[in-house]
Design a binder for this molecule. Structure first.
Ligand SMILES: *Cc1c(COP(=O)(O)O)cnc(C)c1O
Length: 380
């Protein structure tokens, strides 16, 4: 028999969405659908009003990431998963090296392994709970890893692999759950790509990439090379980065985007920039994550899953529970009280809580969550 525990109203967070993606969408973003959105929803994405919205997203992200000279914000449909296949078709020349340390970082490497016109990828693996950046690899023309491994709550640094610039290799960073939550110097990579349903608290279905001049040049030269007779490379039109770049320069996407996603994304970018940009949002996430790690460390039944302090993510926090306490029951009881999406990554299979502490989440709500977990555990 599972006991029902009712958490007192006074302990509960004001907003109880703690997902690692989709994540909390602030009410101001939803309101924007009615206000700004009233005139935009259900209208052509090729006409000035929606294109202006896309322009504001590209400009706002340029400010947010302090875009270096020549870098561009490019976007398209399909989310980060689509970007992996797009990178295989349009960014990796022949051979890529990957860091693999969890479900998401492994998936991109799998995509590259499946592309018949690429050499087998070179994969540098680490156990879940740690990370490994790919090492210098002969004949590699792309180095790929995830800044934030969402399945394990691990954060990896973003800095070029030594020797990679001399090779003219690109650095491709999966920042899906890191962008907006973790510090970054985008000049240390050539593609910093993400989906908006994590730190940007919008809906899924879109990918956004901060691209360097070298990445843009690679997309063009591979598109040209694919047209040569006898080229084994296949670039499906939907996976053409060149076409995404050209559409983005006109503040459009190749095919129809979800306009609601764009409206909520634009609102969030305005909110983040208005509060102090990347420095503000990363500090806010660090504060929320710190609350959880300190609480877990002080607790006699919980402990941070990631042992190395520098590796603990400030975007997604993973907390192991003592075997005597069934995490599934805790998660279900929290959900019964309206506190949602605190489950660990299913495939990791640990007795674990996983909490998204993206900028939209109020640090006070994270504090409240710790009290709610204590309340539930004491009574189960
Ligand atoms: C969520 C996530 C993805 C997949 O994003 P989609 O938008 O669902 O394609 C990829 N990588 C990381 C690190 C993620 O957290």
């Amino acid at each position: 028999m599972v006991k029902t525990v009712t958490i007192p109203e006074s302990l509960r967070p004001s907003d109880a969405r703690f997902g690692s993606g989709p994540s909390k969408i602030r009410s101001e973003q939803i309101r924007a659908l009615d206000e700004a959105g009233g005139a935009l929803l259900g209208t052509s994405h090729r006409q000035p009003p929606v294109r202006k919205l896309v322009a504001s997203i590209r400009e706002g992200l340029g400010d947010f990431f302090s875009l270096p000279a020549g870098y561009e914000i490019v976007l398209g449909n399909g989310g980060a998963s689509a970007f992996w296949d797009l990178a295989c078709a349009s960014l990796i020349g022949r051979r890529a090296a990957f860091g693999s340390y969890g479900s998401f970082s492994a998936k991109f490497a799998q995509s590259a392994a499946l592309a018949p016109f690429l050499d087998d990828p070179v994969i540098y693996e680490a156990e879940p709970g740690s990370y490994r950046i790919p090492e210098y690899t002969e004949h590699a023309d792309a180095y790929c890893w995830a800044q934030n491994e969402t399945s394990t709550g691990v954060a990896a640094p973003v800095r070029r692999v030594e020797g990679s610039s001399e090779q003219e290799a690109l650095t491709l960073i999966d920042a899906t759950s890191g962008a907006g939550a973790l510090p970054v110097d985008v000049s240390q990579c050539d593609a910093y790509y993400f989906s908006p349903q994590k730190a940007f608290g919008s809906d899924g279905g879109l990918w956004v990439a901060v691209l360097s001049p070298a990445a843009i040049e690679r997309a063009y030269s591979l598109a040209d090379a694919a047209k040569q007779t006898g080229s084994p490379r296949w670039i499906p039109p939907f996976l053409s980065l060149r076409s995404a770049i050209e559409n983005s320069r006109k503040d459009q996407t190749l095919n129809t985007p979800a306009i609601a996603t764009l409206i909520m994304l634009a609102e969030q970018i305005g909110w983040l920039n208005g509060n102090g940009g990347l420095a503000w949002s990363t500090a806010r996430c660090a504060r929320s994550a710190g609350t959880l790690y300190q609480w877990a460390q002080a607790s006699d039944y919980a402990a941070p899953f990631v042992s190395d302090l520098q590796t603990r993510s400030n975007a997604v926090v993973t907390i192991d529970l003592d075997d005597a306490i069934d995490a599934k029951q805790v998660i279900a009881t929290l959900r019964g009280n309206g506190i949602v999406d605190t489950a660990g990554y299913r495939k990791l299979g640990r007795n674990q809580l996983r909490i998204g502490v993206f900028p939209s989440v109020e640090p006070d709500d994270v504090e409240a969550l710790t009290h709610c977990i204590d309340y539930v555990v004491e009574r189960l």
